[in-house]
Design a protein around this ligand. Structure first.
Ligand code: SF4
Length: 297
C-alpha cells in the first residue's frame, strides 16, 4: 500500500481548504462514516465513462423517492466501512488518512485517478472533505451533491475541480431527516454539517438557485433525474433557474433507474423536458445511468 501524499505535497487544494478548516474546527470534526471506497467508471454527468476512484459516504438528510442508495441514508453503530477490500477501520467512522490509504490501495499500480466524492450527501461531512483534500494534493476531487447545503458548498467550493449538482424537484422528495450531533449515539465526536436541508417547495427553489449561482462559470454540470411521476411544471422551473443563473452548465437529463418506490419514465415524459431545455438554449444530453446499464458498481 502506498502512503497518501501529505504536507507540502498537498498543493493548492489544501490552501483553498484553509477557510473550511477555520469553519469546522475541533477534535473528531474530520472523520466521516465511509460506506465504501472503490475504483470504477463514472456512470453519470460530464465525466461519463472516466475511470475514477469513488469515496461513498454514509448519511443523507434527503429522501428522494428514486434513490438507488437508501442504504447510505442512516448511521448505525454496527456499520463498518469497505475501504477497498481492506479492513483498515473497525469503526463506523474513518479518518481522512485511512481513506487516502484506501484510495492508494484500490488504484494498485495504476495511475492516480480523479476522486469522486459521493453518497449519501458528502457535504454532510465538511471537516472530512477539507482534511481529505489536504491528503490528496493536486488530485482532482469531484463532488456529487444534491445541492441542499449551499452555505457549506460555498465554504468548500475551492476544494473541488468539478461539481455535479442535482436539480432536486420537491415532488420527488419525502420530508428530510436531519443527522445531528448528539441525536445518534454512534456519532461520537463526529461533526455533521450545521446547515439544514430544505423542507418546503419554496425553500428548495431558493436553495437550488443559491447552488446554481455558486457554480456558474465553473467546471460543473447539472443533473435532472426524471421518474414516471416527475412533475413537468417543477422540472420546467428548475430548467428556467439553470438558464437564468448558470446557463454555461451542461444539463444531463437522467431517466431514473426503477426502484421500489419509483418507476422509470416513459419517453413522452422525457421528450418535453429536453425540448424545453433546447428552447432555453441549454447544452443538453439525455443519458441513463451507464454503470447500471453495464451492471457494474
Ligand atoms: S440526495 Fe442522493 S443519497 Fe440522498 S436520498 Fe437523494 S438520491 Fe439518495
Amino acid at each position: 500500500m502506498d502512503a497518501p501524499r501529505t504536507g507540502s505535497e498537498a498543493g493548492s487544494s489544501a490552501r483553498s481548504a484553509s477557510s473550511s478548516e477555520d469553519r469546522f474546527p475541533g477534535h473528531g470534526a474530520d472523520v466521516a462514516p465511509v460506506l465504501e471506497v472503490f475504483r470504477s467508471i463514472q456512470g453519470e454527468g460530464r465525466y461519463l465513462g472516466q475511470p475514477q476512484v469513488f469515496v461513498r459516504l454514509r448519511g443523507c438528510p434527503l429522501r428522494c423517492t428514486y434513490c438507488d442508495t437508501p442504504h447510505s441514508w442512516v448511521l448505525r453503530a454496527d456499520q463498518r466501512p469497505d475501504l477497498g477490500g481492506e479492513t483498515l477501520g473497525d469503526e463506523l467512522f474513518s479518518s481522512p488518512f485511512q481513506v487516502a490509504c484506501a484510495i492508494a490501495d484500490v488504484e494498485a499500480d495504476g495511475p492516480p485517478l480523479p476522486i469522486s466524492l459521493t453518497g449519501g450527501e458528502p457535504l454532510v461531512w465538511p471537516g472530512f472533505l477539507a482534511s481529505l483534500a489536504r491528503l490528496t494534493g493536486d488530485r482532482p476531487l469531484h463532488l456529487e451533491t444534491a445541492g441542499a447545503h449551499p452555505r457549506t458548498l460555498a465554504a468548500l467550493l475551492g476544494l473541488f475541480r468539478h461539481v455535479s449538482l442535482d436539480l432536486k424537484l420537491p415532488g420527488d422528495l419525502d420530508a428530510p431527516v436531519e443527522i445531528r450531533a448528539g441525536d445518534v449515539a454512534a456519532l461520537g465526536d463526529a461533526v455533521p454539517v450545521d446547515e439544514t436541508a430544505p423542507s418546503s417547495a419554496a425553500d428548495w427553489t431558493a436553495t437550488r438557485r443559491a447552488a446554481l449561482d455558486l457554480l456558474a462559470g465553473r467546471d460543473a454540470c447539472a443533473k435532472l433525474v426524471v421518474t414516471d411521476r416527475t412533475s413537468e411544471r417543477e422540472a420546467f422551473e428548475a430548467l428556467e433557474d439553470l438558464c437564468e443563473l448558470a446557463p454555461d452548465l451542461p444539463l444531463f437529463i437522467q431517466p431514473a433507474t426503477a426502484v421500489p418506490r419509483s418507476g422509470a419514465p416513459a419517453t413522452d415524459r422525457i421528450t418535453p423536458l429536453w425540448e424545453y431545455a433546447l428552447e432555453l438554449g441549454l447544452e443538453t444530453r439525455v443519458v441513463p445511468q451507464v454503470h447500471r446499464a453495464l451492471a457494474i458498481r
